[in-house]
Write a protein that binds this ligand. Structure first.
Ligand SMILES: [Zn+2]
Length: 469
């Protein structure tokens, strides 16, 4: 009997092995398979898959579907077990100034005018150089990855250094070099700004992570000529244009006085608006402006923390969405106008600010604000073909959020949990362009200890430069 059994085994083993080989060879290769989580796709039908999976090849999502189906179809070189977690497209921070992390908390509870002229402009003149920008960007990358941000839009100086550090951190970004009508820390004249930015746009053309952009600061800090020259340069390279729009009552009043029209109408009149423009804030916009912004396909970015902290006003987000404008979310700051880069806080505040302003709890709901942080944020940055949802063909930018926290249970509604209960610190794992940049809360692309130590050093030199203790 024993002999017979062994013979049977020996005869059948090759068949079993062959069958295994055949089924494995029929499988497609994938570089990464995220399996077993609740996948909140943010696709056109807002599909949510319980026990779902996401397959990635290179920097691209190749399939999203039920776990069993994708496990049968793919042999992955790497797997992330997402069981018991939420899997989302990475958050999009549509407006910030990342090197300003090093000015975090420098002087708060001030009017915007005092903050700018007494603190920030002198501090920038004395401290901002390429090295400063690099350290600030590294610190911001660590903070943003920890909070689940995979793409951000930035406006600052030495933006080429911001781009190099962002790429080194493995993050995706739209990075705008600033145009402003006074000598900036990097470029002292419009001619220098044009030359620097031209080189910057050329250098990053075709990069998979970095979208180099042009950032005329605003209509009140740039002449018509500066605005038009900056836009022409951007359009020559098919680069986005980032600008602050309708942020302050004074900007609205001055534009009516000087231009005889609203800031948005003035921007339209001088040929600035188009489907390549990202307007931060859009607080002071009327119904006609909303129609213009929608018609010109301008993306808008709402920054609730910043608007509340500087007491700028409240952007009519629900009206803008109803008018067909893509409205994303941003942190602004991270100094003076919001001292952190936590986009999940903005998700929460965007809904609550709209509710309290309208005295209506239905004014902006949880699903809407999660859309603003993902797919609508991508539309606002004109990157929705690339990012914003988990779908085959899009870039593999995704995050895993822990549900094993006291503030995460029980969960009745996923969007409400994301908007009102979960925190940026609940983000566990972050993938950008198929690369794991944080795994189980361990950062893999940024040396955060070094960046934090440097930030503490900068605090001393910056305070001393302003005669502070
Ligand atoms: Zn700003």
């Amino acid at each position: 009997m024993i002999v017979l059994r062994s013979t049977v085994f020996l005869v059948t083993l090759p068949f079993i092995f062959c069958a295994f080989l055949t089924s494995e060879t029929h499988k497609e290769r994938a570089d990464l398979l995220v399996t077993g989580g609740t996948v909140v796709t943010m696709d056109g039908s807002r599909t949510i898959l319980d026990d779902g999976a996401v397959a990635v090849k290179g920097d691209t999502v190749v399939a999203v579907g039920p776990r069993g189906e994708l496990e049968a179809r793919y042999t992955p070189s790497q797997t992330i077990d997402a069981k018991g977690k939420l899997v989302l497209p990475g958050f999009i921070n549509g407006h910030t100034h990342v090197p300003m992390t090093l000015f975090r908390g420098l002087h708060d509870d001030a009017t915007l005018n005092d903050w700018l002229y007494k603190y920030i402009f002198p501090a920038e003149a004395k401290n901002v150089n390429e090295e400063f920008v690099r350290w600030g960007t590294r610190l911001a990358a660590a903070e943003q990855i920890r909070g689940g941000v995979t793409t951000f839009a930035d406006m600052y100086y030495f933006e080429d250094a911001v781009a190099e550090e962002t790429k080194a951190a493995g993050m995706r970004a739209v990075l705008g070099e600033t145009f402003i009508d006074f000598p900036a820390p990097d470029n002292k004249s419009e001619a220098e700004m044009l030359a620097y930015t031209g080189k910057f746009l050329k250098k990053w053309q075709g990069d998979t992570l970095i979208h180099a952009a042009v950032a005329p600061h605003s209509i009140y800090t740039c002449s018509q000529k500066t605005l038009q020259d900056a836009a022409a340069l951007a359009r020559k390279y098919h680069a986005p244009i980032l600008i602050h729009t309708g942020e302050m009552k004074k900007e609205w009043d001055d534009s009516l006085k000087q231009n005889g029209m609203s800031p948005v109408q003035y921007m339209d009149k001088i040929g600035l608006l188009g489907p390549d423009v990202v307007s931060a804030h859009c607080i002071f916009v009327d119904a006609t402006d909303e129609k213009t912004l929608a018609q010109k396909q301008v993306g808008c970015v709402h920054n609730p923390s910043s608007n509340m902290m500087i007491a700028s006003g409240v952007s009519p987000v629900a009206d803008m969405r109803a008018a067909g404008i893509a409205v994303g979310l941003g942190t602004d700051g991270p100094a003076g106008s919001n001292n952190d880069l936590d986009l999940m806080e903005e998700i929460d505040l965007a809904a609550k600010l709209a509710k309290i302003t309208k005295l209506n709890p239905l004014a902006l709901n949880a699903k809407a604000v999660v859309e603003m942080a993902t797919i609508d944020g991508a539309r606002a940055l004109h990157l929705d073909k690339e990012i914003g949802s988990l779908e085959a063909g899009k870039k593999a930018d995704l995050i895993l959020i822990s549900l094993d926290e006291p503030n995460a249970v029980p969960m009745y509604d996923i969007y409400a949990q994301l908007a009102y209960a979960l925190k940026g610190s609940d983000v566990e794992t972050v993938v950008i362009g198929g690369h794991i940049v944080m795994r189980d809360r361990k950062l893999l692309t940024v040396n955060e200890e070094e960046a934090m130590a440097k930030a503490r050093e900068y605090q001393k030199t910056i305070a001393a430069s302003l005669g502070m203790k």
